[in-house]
Design a protein around this ligand. Structure first.
Ligand SMILES: NC(=O)c1ccc[n+]([C@@H]2O[C@H](COP(=O)([O-])OP(=O)(O)OC[C@H]3O[C@@H](n4cnc5c(N)ncnc54)[C@H](O)[C@@H]3O)[C@@H](O)[C@H]2O)c1
Length: 342
């Protein structure tokens, strides 16, 4: 079921002409991949496939939406949850806080085969500093480095077919690059780009030939988005470049595909921490070719496609799922254009 709300909005047409318009706003994108799997048209059928998704800590972000799409298509899902967020995620899950968003088209609830603690800035136990081990947010958690997490997945699931990296972190994201410290810059790269290299190193050998991996990137990698600082733009540029190199290397070594989705703005928890996400959503709404708010599920559905046999010849690609905003060279709602009108 698709819920579409129409709201009158004043939008600026190219050239600065202002006119009222009726705008379709997709609030809930429930046109799921399962609808296709049930018989009409091209199916995305991931039954019997196992997926590991790193970067889910609530039901608001892209990681959850990808889990949902993969579950609709029949895949078994396991999660890697950032250690400081794990407790609250599991408690909320147990208490039914996510039950509405867990509902599948079949009537059942999305479930997870395994939930593992994970911190993607550490590769092996030797990398974990004493102060992290002593930190109360890490109390009781063990085996959360990427290599240990991969070992647990191998133990519990054997081989997997789908690997998703939906995480990023930049402690100085609110600082302009010109004011970013070396430490902050390297931390952004470590959490947001190298973590993916490390995941493919460790999870690649667990993946069945024909498997696929996907990560999430952002247009700030290639165009200047003031406010997306702290080295996060650099980290996304690295992630996109690495996607191509890893597609080649992991393609040859493991016969798997590696792609990244350049997503439009979404008011996730991580994005809210940056502080300007509402402006970005409004900007996209006013200026993108397709005038609607991006639903996380639209990204989830494309991820399911990229991880399915339907995309068996697609690898090394940065795929835009942003209502087409990346194609625009002119902001139709620019004040400069509007002034010409008055
Ligand atoms: N929200 C947007 O507007 C937007 C746009 C384009 C791309 N993206 C990308 O989408 C991906 C998912 O982000 P989101 O916006 O859905 O937010 P989100 O908050 O749902 O996801 C980010 C996740 O990263 C996890 N994380 C942070 N540091 C970690 C670490 N060291 N180890 C393991 N996990 C860690 C967090 O716990 C969280 O679950 C990110 O790569 C982000 O850059 C987001």
């Amino acid at each position: 079921m698709q819920c579409v709300r129409f709201s009158p909005a004043r939008v600026a047409a190219p050239g600065g002409l202002r006119k009222p318009a009726l705008v379709a706003r997709t609030t809930v994108q429930r046109r799921t991949v399962a609808a296709a799997a049930n018989g009409n048209g091209l199916p995305i059928d991931l039954r019997g496939k196992k997926a590991f998704i790193a970067g889910v800590a609530d039901d608001q972000g892209f990681g959850w939406a990808i889990a949902k799409a993969l579950a609709e298509a029949g895949a078994e899902i396991s999660l890697g949850v950032w250690v400081p967020a794990l407790n609250i995620f599991e408690t909320s899950f147990r208490r039914g806080k996510f039950d509405d968003s867990r509902k599948l088209a079949s009537g059942g609830l999305m479930d997870f085969a395994h939930i593992y603690p994970m911190d993607a800035v550490f590769d092996t136990p030797d990398d974990v500093p004493e102060e992290v081990k002593a930190n109360k947010r890490y109390a009781g958690a063990d085996g959360f480095t990427i290599s240990e997490c991969a070992a647990k997945v191998a133990r519990d699931s054997g081989k997997i077919d789908i690997l998703v990296h939906s995480l990023a972190n930049g402690p100085e994201v609110t600082k302009p690059l010109l004011e970013t410290s070396r430490k902050g810059y390297l931390a952004a790269m470590s959490a947001s780009s190298y973590s993916y290299v490390s995941m493919l190193q460790r999870f690649g050998p667990l993946m069945n030939p024909g498997g696929a991996s996907v990560s999430l990137t952002y247009i700030a990698s290639e165009k200047v988005i003031p406010g997306y600082g702290g080295g996060m733009s650099s980290a996304k540029a690295a992630l996109e470049s690495d996607t191509r190199v890893l597609a080649y290397e992991a393609g040859r070594k493991h016969q798997i595909r590696v792609n990244t989705i350049s997503a439009g703005p979404l008011g996730s928890r991580a994005a809210k921490a940056i502080g300007f996400i509402d402006d970005m959503i409004r900007y996209s709404y006013a200026n993108a070719p397709v005038q609607k708010e991006l639903a996380a599920q639209e990204v989830g559905n494309v991820a399911a496609f990229l991880c399915s046999p339907l995309a068996s010849a697609v690898t090394g690609v940065t795929m835009y799922v942003d209502n087409g905003l990346n194609t625009m060279g002119l902001a139709g709602d620019s004040k400069t254009l509007l002034e010409r009108d008055s």
